[in-house]
Design a protein around this ligand. Structure first.
Ligand SMILES: [Zn+2]
Ligand SMILES: [Zn+2]
Length: 243
């Protein structure tokens, strides 16, 4: 730590961005970290969606049985709820890209634990449309994906997959609206980069998985290998789509 940094910390001790508690370093405190709700079984082994009631073992959900996604699996360490929701909100919408230093390692260690059996993965973040990227100044999914790539010692590619449609924000849209909103929103600009590669798509939040599915569709069209998805936080499905 530089002398200047030490001096600044003395004048303005770092505080947790969520609860304002004083912390030694970083941007979130241990209490906030440990309040993040883990996503627990039963989940759908394909889309990774949680079941809130019913059968206690993992099983394929009705949605995946009816419309099998283009991706092979999706997994998330956390539920999109409580303080992680606030943290992601600050990270994404309030111009605080440095929160990736706190959230990225959480996702990377989950990936190492859960996905270590998958070999030769190419890590790819869900891309933002260039217009959105200019407005925000950074792609939050790329910031997370960098941590995952380092943690898994895998290569990172954030150029080959592009978002060609400037879609509406998915929040507040119904399942069918979400699907229509992101339909054909992605394309592979560099087919050679993905051909035959097993891809791990990284995103910050997923609700119905429509965005991941459209990315996977574009990758498969470009003859990628298997497509797996890793999402920091999983929002509960809308009422009616739960089993
Ligand atoms: Zn806190
Ligand atoms: Zn499913």
């Amino acid at each position: 730590m530089s002398l200047l940094r030490k001096f600044i910390d003395l004048l303005y001790p770092p505080r947790c961005l969520l609860c304002r508690a004083f912390i030694a370093s970083g941007s979130l405190c241990d209490t906030c970290f440990s309040s993040f709700k883990k996503l627990v079984t039963p989940v759908c082994p394909i889309c990774g969606g949680p079941f809130l009631n019913g059968i206690q073992e993992d099983h394929v959900c009705e949605e995946c049985l009816r419309n099998r996604p283009y991706f092979d699996s999706a997994a998330s360490p956390y539920m999109y709820d409580g303080r992680i929701m606030d943290a992601i909100h600050l990270f994404k919408y309030q111009g605080k890209p440095h929160i990736a230093k706190a959230l990225g390692p959480l996702l990377a260690s989950f990936a190492k634990e859960r996905l270590s059996g998958l070999r030769g993965l190419l890590i790819m973040p869900v891309p933002l449309h260039p217009k959105r990227l200019r407005q925000r100044g950074y792609n939050q999914s790329l910031l997370l994906a960098r941590h995952v790539a380092v943690g898994m010692r895998a290569s990172l590619d954030f150029m080959a997959l592009r978002r060609t449609k400037d879609t509406k924000v998915q929040t507040g849209l119904r399942r069918d609206e979400r699907r229509r909103n992101v339909k054909s929103a992605f394309e592979v600009a560099d087919r050679r980069a993905v051909r035959g590669k097993n891809v791990l798509l990284v995103d910050d939040v997923a609700t119905t998985g429509s965005t991941l599915n459209e990315c996977a569709k574009a990758l498969r069209k470009a003859r990628s290998g298997n497509v797996h998805c890793l999402v920091l936080a999983r929002a509960p499905k809308e009422a009616g789509s739960r089993q």
